[in-house]
Design a protein around this ligand. Structure first.
Ligand code: 5GP
Length: 184
């Protein structure tokens, strides 16, 4: 199964996904490539940080399942190679989620959102994004929510991380049960 986790910037997707992976060893997180700089304090392993030339060469080799121009940089998902028995988690934007939905059969599309736009803005500011980037991401979030609804993604509100993780686990459990009714 491919689980696609999307959501606007600053809603705490990264934290929720990390916690989800800690709790379920049968989930495998794909590491994306990016051409943007690493943020202050960001884990060096958060992405495969590359130059634009390296990224584009990988596009030309057919190395990505999907990739997007996101604001002023590029992000891409390499073809997933999960260990045996693991489900794949892609933490990607909603445009990437729509592409993946057109390429693989019936992925589970999950959309994490903040409790309110005000809270989203406060979280973006809190992680050190410059004011102009905060404004761009707030505007982008409106369109992202629209696309998520169009795609039929399941919305999960990240008010408290433990509750958001529990909600995601429940949605994943339901899908696994539906795919493998005998094993439940
Ligand atoms: P950030 O630059 O803030 O880490 O990520 C910006 C957005 O790009 C987030 O919504 C993140 O989930 C998404 N993203 C990260 N990697 C990929 C990828 O490989 N493909 C796509 N389509 N989006 C990605």
């Amino acid at each position: 199964m491919i689980i696609v986790v999307s959501g606007p910037g600053g809603v705490g997707k990264g934290t929720v996904v990390r916690e989800l992976l800690d709790r379920d060893p049968t989930l495998w997180l794909s590491r994306s490539w990016t051409t943007r700089d690493r943020r202050p304090g960001e884990d060096p392993d958060a992405y495969h940080f590359v130059t634009r030339a390296e990224f584009d060469a990988h596009v030309d080799r057919g190395g990505f399942l999907e990739w997007v121009d996101f604001l002023d940089y590029r992000q891409g998902t390499p073809h997933p190679e999960p260990p045996e028995g693991c489900d794949v988690v892609l933490e990607i934007d909603i445009v990437g989620a729509a592409t993946v939905s057109s390429l693989v059969e019936d992925p589970l599309c999950l959309f994490i959102d903040a409790p309110s736009p005000e809270e989203q803005q406060a979280r973006l500011e809190g992680r050190g994004d410059p004011p102009e980037r905060v404004a761009t991401r707030m505007t982008k979030a409106v369109e992202e929510r629209r696309l998520a609804r169009e795609l039929g993604a399941e919305f999960v509100i990240n008010d408290r991380v433990d509750q958001a993780v529990a909600d995601l686990e429940e949605l994943i459990r339901r899908r696994r049960d539906a795919d493998h009714p005998a094993s439940s």
